[in-house]
Design a protein around this ligand. Structure first.
Ligand SMILES: [Ca+2]
Length: 547
């Protein structure tokens, strides 16, 4: 039995009866024998591609994350579910995959899209943990307040924080507060947001370590999100002239235009042209600045790890680190995220669990929705039935296990699936026809940089059908229904007589005409595609009642 956590209280906190007694008596995998229930230090790093030493990038100064990796398990092929902040976080924190109507864009809220789902931190809270949110965890600080034992905290006005006078002047002259895309003022770590956040988190660690209750402390660093502002000394870690530009700053051959974008997020900043490519000097400065911000966050993580050691709780604290998605640093001629390419979907995932031997790397495919069930298992809690992911604890014990055969991501009209060898993305006209209008296939064995779309080669037809079948297996993802397919598609159901049919989140007439995307719940106005009058429907989780 866990010391310091009376068995009776533990069972009550679980909210379960005798059936779970066996579970409660099972030691949590994340802790050493005889220790208390393991704590969880849950570290999110905003917009962090795997630009780290432990992911093989020799130019990086990331000694603290690399050290964390050496003591833990590095998932070399972990993928976000959506390459944009709010959606990726909402998916990871609920353990649910995104759909065409759930976690669709950056500004989604769990409170709107999945208000009844027990989130990861809420689950720990319900099971006896004291849960705390600092910095950027949910995209909006006040989203999912039920998840936390006390109000979430984030320093105010931290996002567009400039210290150089010239930059402050530029930002003040812009209605939106946007200044340059980067800054390296010679100031202390705490002068920018993430240093300040770290200091607060260290204070929290001290108070949490003094409690009898196990804790779940979530710390969300905001760099290397734009603007790339951090203390000058982190810029000084890099020799600007040795920083390489992307070796594929061009659109992939035969790439559909819809797969690309104009990186409007970056263009919002002063000094970035409103259109067209960046010159090499600006590109190199941005990459330099991104690297510096990664090192800045790395230093803060080092402070947290040192504090764990000094408090004597490192050997009873699970540390998980994840970036919410990748980032394009000029690859494909792109900047920012917002794309169904590896550069935007691949992100770090590192788990250091004291009771599991570290120093391992996992090559198996994993997804961010796997984090929820993994942490549950590591802490001896049953995995909630709603979780779409799979615990990676078996992979942590034996990295040679095969893992998943496919992982899934999506962004806007693109649904994407990656297998060991390929990435396939289909793009669907979500506003009119409901049909696929473009797709792309990349062979990661011969083309890891995704520079040639091979979807049109006749010899790949069987592969494409296989990848489409994988996408069709997901409930709530776009199922490209065509008239001849309606009526027998898995998950389909006839509603309102035989007038409409639901395929995933989309309603169709029986002639295969898409009506509109449905909202996840609530009042829905089905807009007939041009010909039929408006109809109103009520869409609940379990069915559909015409009004
Ligand atoms: Ca982000």
């Amino acid at each position: 039995m866990e010391q310091g956590y009376p068995r009776r209280d533990f069972l009550r906190a679980l909210g379960v009866g005798a059936a779970s007694a066996a579970l409660a008596s099972t030691p949590a995998l994340g802790m050493r024998r005889g220790a208390t229930k393991p704590n969880v230090l849950f570290i999110a790093v905003d917009d962090l591609r795997p630009q780290l030493g432990c992911y093989g990038h020799t130019q990086m100064h990331s000694p603290n994350i690399d050290s964390l990796a050496e003591g833990g398990v590095v998932f070399k092929r972990a993928y976000c579910q959506v390459p944009v902040c709010g959606s990726s976080r909402a998916s990871l924190l609920t353990g649910l995959r995104p759909t065409w109507t759930r976690f669709y864009d950056w500004d989604c809220r769990v409170d709107n899209d999945e208000p009844d789902t027990v989130t990861l931190p809420q689950y720990f809270k319900n099971n006896g943990y004291y849960t705390v949110s600092r910095g950027k965890i949910f995209h909006f600080t006040n989203d999912s307040a039920k998840s936390w034992s006390e109000p979430a905290w984030r320093e105010a006005n931290v996002w567009l924080k400039y210290h150089l006078e010239e930059n402050k002047t530029i930002a003040a002259g812009n209605d939106d507060g946007f200044g340059p895309a980067f800054e390296g003022a010679d100031v202390s770590d705490d002068s920018y947001g993430d240093g300040c956040l770290c200091t607060r988190a260290i204070s929290d660690l001290n108070s949490l370590a003094a409690q009898d209750q196990p804790f779940f402390l979530a710390v969300g660093f905001m760099k290397p999100h734009l603007p790339f502002n951090c203390p000058k000394r982190y810029w000084d870690l890099y020799d600007r002239n040795s920083i390489d530009l992307a070796d594929n700053p061009f659109s992939p051959k035969d790439c559909p235009p819809a797969a690309l974008h104009q990186w409007g997020e970056l263009r919002s900043y002063h000094g970035i042209p409103a259109e067209g490519p960046l010159d090499d000097e600006t590109a190199r400065t941005l990459i330099h600045a991104y690297y510096a911000c990664v090192s800045y966050v790395d230093a803060q993580i080092g402070r947290l790890m040192t504090e764990l050691d000094q408090l004597g709780i490192a050997d009873n604290t699970i540390v998980v680190l994840w970036g919410d998605h990748g980032w394009n640093l000029g690859e494909h001629g792109l900047w920012c995220k917002h794309a169904n390419f590896e550069t935007a979907l691949h992100s770090p995932m590192i788990i250091n669990a004291p009771a599991i031997t570290g120093g391992k790397t996992v090559q198996a495919l994993t997804e961010f929705i796997d984090i929820y069930p993994t942490l549950a298992e590591l802490c001896g809690l049953p995995v909630p039935g709603h979780c779409d992911g799979t615990s990676v604890v078996p992979l942590m014990n034996d990295p040679t296990l095969p893992g998943k055969t496919a992982v899934f991501s999506r962004y806007y009209e693109g649904d994407s699936v990656k297998t060991d060898k390929y990435r396939y993305t289909s793009m669907i006209d979500g506003k009119d026809t409901g049909k696929m209008y473009a797709h792309m296939l990349y062979d990661h064995e011969t083309d890891p940089g995704e520079n040639t779309n091979i979807v049109h080669l006749p010899e790949n037809r069987a592969t494409i059908i296989h990848m489409q079948d994988l996408l069709r297996g997901l409930e709530g993802w776009w199922l490209p229904l065509y008239p001849e397919e309606i009526g027998y598609h898995p998950g389909s159901s006839i509603a309102s007589g035989d007038e409409t049919l639901r395929g995933g989140p989309v309603w169709y007439t029986l002639r295969g005409r898409m009506l509109d995307r449905c909202t996840a719940r609530g009042m829905y106005v089905a807009r007939a595609a041009g010909t039929s009058p408006l109809k109103q429907s009520w869409l609940g989780r379990s069915g559909f009642t015409p009004k």
